[in-house]
Design a protein around this ligand. Structure first.
Ligand code: FAD
Ligand code: NAP
Length: 538
């Protein structure tokens, strides 16, 4: 079914219950209301949200990840008189829930069930494989619309396009040289094993040496370490891609060193994820236990731990499971996971000092630090001492970053869209009417799905409030038919993947997974996705 027809059918199906743009109807607690047959919102003086009237509003959400879907879910729950179009650059929705969350964390992905319900709501349309604005690194086979077009045609636009790149270390050798890859982005490594079409060309070297270095002490770093050290037979029952699994099966990696610039009390990962490392069979956890004990028992450290029970539990777990060192013979016989503290990356080297044979393709050089300041805000200060770790691959896992979108304000220091409680503001701190932001783009690339949900709900509440007070809306009203004409003029028809298309693709993945004894086998190539959707592949 063509895009325009699919959209028409959807509109027709929804019309009896949700008349589109023909009159105003009550949406929240209809104590008092009147019905007008015009298309323009009437400005009324409302005393409270319990007596608000809505016209039929059309909203656009940019980004089909957790933030976009939770924002839509909340708005749908609070008002009936709204249509929501969710634009997603990939043919597949759900963002990091699909392409970030680790394959061995299937329970975390249960939120997809909620998102499925949202996508199936007759007031919602998924417009996947359509990017808003120019985006780097996305597959070429997609439609594109400008933010300007959305702002002209919808009553409000919610930016929820996440953080699609990562932060760099800014050290010499990071970008590699000749045939050496340098420092690999953990963001891309995660996207690679999770089947993101944009990361399938990643150069993953797990064979030329037995050690990987990961810079950063966050949960993404721990995810990478766990995937590298887990038995591939265990991963084979997850939704990790078969192509990643093939590479992991050939991996020689037995040692992962996760390096942080500060100390044990400043790690950013969480206890549950550290505990998972302790459960990997035949894996020894190594760290400087003396340093951990010293920091935990120092006057300031013990006071700090009294204020944070989760951190205290984590330090206890570390002290219980970690050994300070292994005898070289022991180490060569075991898989190891080493947590190194107080080291900042300085340089990626591709040659050993004169006279030494190059045993690994590359060596990461670090400067050793000491800490200054109280535990909650300790700063790393260089001591001048140097340490080196040879490795097959070095991953940087020091956080994700959002990028600006043409036509929207952007805070280049914090890498977010500036906002007040989800309402976008410009560089003079003035509200940009009809523009909202949610998720990692709103508050920066931190927080689990539950945090993203809470935050999306706050943005949704602001939108509902603004709709109710008549603060947003186009002067001449909006309608789906006008929107669809604008989309058609923008050439989106050829590319748009609807929810029905996505479900066909997903069923294909489920079938392929069933044959392999796993929940799904993700399709990792956009052209193939589109062929499946168009029924060219069965
Ligand atoms: P995203 O999920 O990134 O969604 C943004 C969406 O916008 C994407 O689908 C993207 O394709 C789309 N998009 C981008 N640009 C455009 C554009 N120009 N036009 C249209 N669409 C666009 N949390 C947990 O609770 N448990 C976990 O186990 C967990 N694991 C994680 C593992 C990793 C590796 C990472 C990075 C995060 C993890 N999180 C986890 C955190 C969780 O994933 C985030 O809180 C949440 O996904 C953020 O949602 P978001 O919608 O802001 O961003
Ligand atoms: P993060 O939690 O912010 O951790 C980033 C790490 O990088 C910190 O240890 C930080 O150290 C370090 N770092 C930053 N800049 C550095 C530099 N220039 N040099 C050296 N180290 C540097 O980020 P993340 O791991 O990407 O995770 C993002 C979010 O997703 C987090 O909220 C996380 O909890 C969530 N997530 C959750 C799960 C899960 O629930 N299982 C899994 C993955 C991700 P400093 O503290 O010294 O800055």
């Amino acid at each position: 079914m063509s895009f325009a027809r699919a959209l028409r059918c959807r509109a027709l199906r929804s019309s009896p219950e949700h008349p589109i743009n023909t009159h105003y109807v009550p949406a929240i607690l209809p104590n008092t209301y009147s019905i007008s047959m015009t298309n323009r919102p009437t400005v009324r003086s409302f005393t409270s949200a319990s007596s608000v009237l809505f016209k039929q509003s059309n909203l656009a959400v940019v980004g089909g990840g957790a933030a976009g879907f939770y924002t839509a879910a909340r708005i749908l729950a609070k008002t009936t008189e709204v249509n929501i179009d969710i634009y997603e650059k990939l043919p597949t929705p759900y963002g990091l829930v699909r392409y970030g969350v680790a394959p061995d964390h299937p329970e975390v992905k249960n939120c997809m069930g909620k998102f499925d319900e949202v996508a199936a709501d007759p007031r919602v349309r998924l417009l996947a494989n359509v990017s808003v604005g120019n985006i780097n690194g996305s597959p070429v086979v997609h439609g594109r619309v400008s933010l300007d077009l959305l702002r002209k045609n919808y009553d409000a636009v919610v930016l929820a396009y996440g953080a699609s790149r990562d932060r760099k270390l800014g050290i010499p050798g990071e970008d590699g040289q000749k045939d050496r890859v340098g420092v690999v982005s953990a963001q891309r490594f995660v996207a690679w094993y999770n089947g993101d079409p944009g990361a399938q060309d990643l150069n993953v070297d797990l064979e030329s040496y037995d050690r990987v270095v990961i810079v950063g002490h966050g949960n993404v770093a721990l995810d990478c370490a766990r995937i590298l050290l887990t038995d591939p037979d265990v991963l084979a029952t997850t939704d990790i891609t078969s192509s990643a699994l093939r590479v992991l099966r050939k991996s020689r990696i037995r040692h992962v060193e996760m390096v942080g610039r500060r100390g044990p009390l400043q790690v950013a990962f969480t206890t549950k994820e550290l505990r998972e490392m302790t459960k990997i069979p035949d894996l020894r956890i190594i760290c400087d236990s003396d340093l951990v004990a010293k920091q935990c028992t120092s006057k300031e450290g013990s006071k700090y731990l009294e204020t944070s029970r989760p951190l205290k539990r984590m330090m206890d777990l570390l002290l219980k499971h970690a050994v300070s060192d292994l005898h070289p013979a022991e180490e060569s016989a075991q898989k190891t996971f080493t947590l190194r503290f107080l080291m900042s990356p300085l340089e990626m080297l591709f040659e050993q000092p004169k006279g030494d044979d190059l045993v690994a393709p590359q060596v990461m050089r670090f400067g050793v630090n000491r800490l200054e300041g109280s535990p909650e805000s300790a700063r790393a200060v260089a001591t001048g001492e140097i340490a080196e770790i040879p490795c097959a691959m070095a991953l940087r896992s020091i956080g994700y970053a959002s990028t600006p979108l043409e036509g929207a304000p952007f805070d280049f220091k914090r890498h977010i869209v500036p906002n007040i409680a989800g309402r976008v503001v410009d560089d003079k701190n003035e509200l940009v009417q009809g523009l909202y932001v949610a998720g990692w783009l709103k508050r920066g690339p931190v927080g689990v799905i539950a945090t993203t949900m809470q935050d999306a709900y706050r943005t949704a509440d602001a939108i509902v409030m603004d709709l109710a007070s008549g603060n947003i809306g186009q002067e001449n009203g909006t309608s789906r038919s006008i929107i669809d004409r604008a989309l058609s003029d923008a050439g989106v028809d050829k590319f748009c993947v609807t929810n029905r298309d996505w479900k066909r693709l997903e069923n294909y993945e489920f079938d392929a997974g069933r044959k392999l004894g796993k929940p799904r086998e993700k399709v990792t190539n956009v052209e193939k996705m589109l062929d499946i959707i168009r029924n060219k592949i069965h």
